[in-house]
Design a protein around this ligand. Structure first.
Ligand code: NAP
Length: 164
């Protein structure tokens, strides 16, 4: 089975976005996102795709929508989770890059979470990462960082194996 990794930057209350944009602009975190996703397939919902400045180089895009849209030629349009799983079968690792509705639907399939945990809150947020049971995951803190007075850490969660 392929490895499914979800990558997200979240606030203290799992805040992801507001008005279809990111909340905290952290340049170094965008670099981290690039390092983590480069040369891998990326899966996203159409809202997240529309929020991007353009096609992200060196990454194959799989975009979920129920509509028949005419998107850039680099994009593979998918109409269901099953469709995504089938279309990405050949890849060793698939990166789920959001947004909220996509993280919710892929949480049960994911075996790794790469989270930027930001020590800040945004009451006006309108998109949230799903709650997950931390007991089911091993946790490794990669780094503690600060940019423009925003403290954040990079944390990797790996799903624990079920003991038989
Ligand atoms: N902080 C972060 O790391 C991060 C990362 C990514 C996104 N975000 C934020 O998250 C927010 C966007 O999240 P969102 O939940 O509104 O949008 P989204 O998940 O990006 O896209 C939702 C859309 O995807 C389509 N879709 C979802 N599930 C589907 C399925 N099973 N089959 C077919 N189509 C499906 C639907 O499009 P149709 O209506 O066309 O059918 C749905 O309206 C923004 O604020 C963005 O900035 C944050």
């Amino acid at each position: 089975m392929k490895n499914i990794t979800m990558i997200a930057a979240i606030g203290k209350n799992n805040e992801l976005g507001k008005d279809n944009q990111l909340i905290w602009p952290i340049k170094e975190d965008l670099k981290f996102f690039k390092e983590q996703t480069i040369n891998k397939p990326i899966v996203m919902g159409i809202n997240t795709f529309n929020s991007l400045p353009g096609i992200l180089p060196q990454r194959k895009h799989f975009v979920l929508t129920s509509r028949n849209l005419d998107l850039a030629k680099e994009v593979v349009i998918c109409h269901s989770i099953e469709d995504i799983l089938k279309q990405t079968e050949e890849f060793e690792e698939v990166m789920i890059i959001g947004g909220a509705s996509i993280y919710r639907q892929f949480l049960d399939y994911a075996n790794k979470l790469v989270l930027t945990e930001i020590a800040a809150e945004e009451k006006e947020a309108d998109a949230y990462f799903p709650d997950f049971n931390h007991d089911e995951w091993n946790c490794e803190i990669l780094s503690n960082n600060i940019e423009n007075n925003i403290h954040y850490k990079h944390v990797i969660y790996t799903r624990k194996k079920i003991q038989k």
